[in-house]
Design a protein around this ligand. Structure first.
Ligand code: 6PG
Length: 228
């Protein structure tokens, strides 16, 4: 099953669907395919879009996950503006983390006492980070806040990210991972081998049990034939 087919199935039969999007470059191709080949198959007005993380930059900055999503998806499909809940990267990071946490608390259904996304889409960096929780700041995963301020370990760029409790409270979590440079960590995480405990992506373990990996052949090279 492709991710697009998975998403169409997930949306089908639901009145409204709350989805946290991932950022970076991997979603670009997926969003292009969704918009160009499945645009008429999805009732876009059902979707409420959020971000699992955002860079602390203005919305028109080349680094912005929101801008990437506008360029590859939102500019091509009819999602009502009121359904787009972007993280305001232009704001003071600490204040925005609090503001966005309030938005999530207000907009999302509650399950197990926490806001619950229908779907959290995640990428994975080649260091095993996910959302914007990096291996050198794994403690952020367990924070009790819904959103925290993170920092990219190389560039120092500030980010806003949701925390592990929200990710693992989602009805479903889907990793979108591509590239040979990630195949080793994908294998370590799925097979629980090597240094898997060091990677934030390993912590993704939704209570619902609904964890899906959508991999291109290069990223899947280390797990070919493995049934998880
Ligand atoms: C971000 C992300 C991040 C991303 C991974 C993979 O803001 O960068 O949300 O977690 O998903 O870094 O990024 P690529 O898809 O660019 O490899």
């Amino acid at each position: 099953m492709t991710f697009s087919e998975f998403l169409i199935d997930l949306i089908d039969g639901r009145e409204s669907v709350h989805i946290a999007l991932s950022g970076g470059s991997t979603p670009k191709v997926v969003f292009d395919v969704l918009a160009e080949h499945f645009g008429s198959k999805i009732v876009w007005s059902k979707l409420h879009l959020y971000w699992g993380d955002e860079r602390c930059v203005p919305p028109d900055d080349a680094e912005s996950n929101y801008k990437m999503t506008v360029d590859h998806l939102l500019s091509k499909v009819a999602i009502p503006k009121k359904n787009i809940h972007r993280i305001k990267g232009e704001n003071d990071p600490q204040k925005e983390a609090k503001r966005y946490a309030r938005i999530l608390g207000k907009n999302l259904p509650v399950s197990a006492g926490l806001p619950q996304f229908d779907l959290v889409i995640l990428g994975m960096g080649d260091d095993g980070h996910t959302a914007s929780i990096f291996p050198n700041a794994l403690a952020l995963w367990d924070k009790k806040s819904y959103c925290v301020v993170a920092e990219h370990p190389d560039s120092g760029q500030k980010r806003i990210t949701i925390t592990g409790q929200l990710i693992n409270n989602a009805k479903a979590v889907a990793f979108l991972v591509t590239g040979a440079n990630k195949s080793g960590k994908v294998r370590e995480i799925i097979l629980k081998e090597g240094n898997f405990k060091k990677y934030p992506a390993t912590r993704v373990d939704p209570i619902s049990g609904n964890l899906y990996w959508f991999l291109d052949p290069a990223a899947a090279d280390g797990v070919k034939g493995v049934r998880s």
